[in-house]
Design a protein around this ligand. Structure first.
Ligand code: HEC
Length: 139
C-alpha cells in the first residue's frame, strides 16, 4: 500500500470513527432529553399531585378526598372529577367558585388555587391527575 493510500484510508477510518462516536453521542443526548422531559411530566405527575393535595386541599376536602361537610365537597370518584378533562379541571381550580356562583351548591367558597396563589398551573395539573386516579371514597 502506498503511503498516500494508507493516509487516505486512515483518515477515512478516522472520519467513520468520528461520525460513529458523534452519532452515539447524539443518541445519548436524545435519551437524556427524553428522560428530562418525562421528569417534567407534560401529562402531570400524580405522585407530586398527592403531595400538593395533602398540603393544600385535604384540610377542606379530607385526606381521602371524600369531602368534609361544611368545608369542601367530595372529590374522589365524583362525576365532576371523572367527566371533566384535565384542562377543564385546571381551569376550574385557577378560578375557584365563589358562594354566589350559580354552580355553587354549598354556599361556601372554593378558593382560587385552593387558596394558595403560589400553586403553579403545573402543580394544579398534578393535583388533577392525582384526583383522577382515586376511586370513590367510602362515605
Ligand atoms: C377552604 C376550603 C377549601 C380548600 C382549601 C379547597 N377547596 Fe375545593 N372546594 C371547597 C368548597 C366549599 C367547594 C364546594 C363549592 C360549591 O358549593 O360548589 C369546593 C369545590 C371543589 C371542586 C368542585 C367539586 C364539585 O363537584 O363541584 C373541586 C374540583 C375542588 N374543590 C378541588 C380542590 C382542590 C384540588 C383543592 C386544592 C388545590 C381545593 N379544592 C382546596 C373548599 C375548599
Amino acid at each position: 500500500m502506498s503511503t498516500k493510500k494508507l493516509l487516505v484510508s486512515l483518515s477515512f477510518a478516522a472520519l467513520l470513527f468520528g461520525c460513529g462516536s458523534q452519532a452515539s453521542n447524539e443518541t445519548q443526548n436524545l435519551a437524556d432529553t427524553a428522560e428530562s422531559s418525562s421528569e417534567e411530566s407534560p401529562r402531570g405527575d400524580p405522585i407530586e399531585g398527592e403531595r400538593v393535595y395533602l398540603k393544600n386541599c385535604a384540610s377542606c376536602h379530607a385526606p381521602d378526598a371524600g369531602g368534609r361537610p361544611g368545608l369542601g365537597k367530595p372529590l374522589a370518584g365524583t362525576d365532576f372529577i371523572t367527566t371533566n378533562s384535565t384542562a377543564d379541571l385546571v381551569g376550574f381550580l385557577i378560578k375557584g367558585r365563589g358562594p354566589s356562583d350559580p354552580e355553587n351548591t354549598t354556599g361556601i367558597q372554593m378558593p382560587s388555587r385552593g387558596g394558595n396563589p403560589a400553586l403553579s398551573d403545573d402543580a394544579l395539573k398534578d393535583v388533577t391527575v392525582y384526583l383522577k386516579t382515586l376511586p370513590q371514597a367510602p362515605s
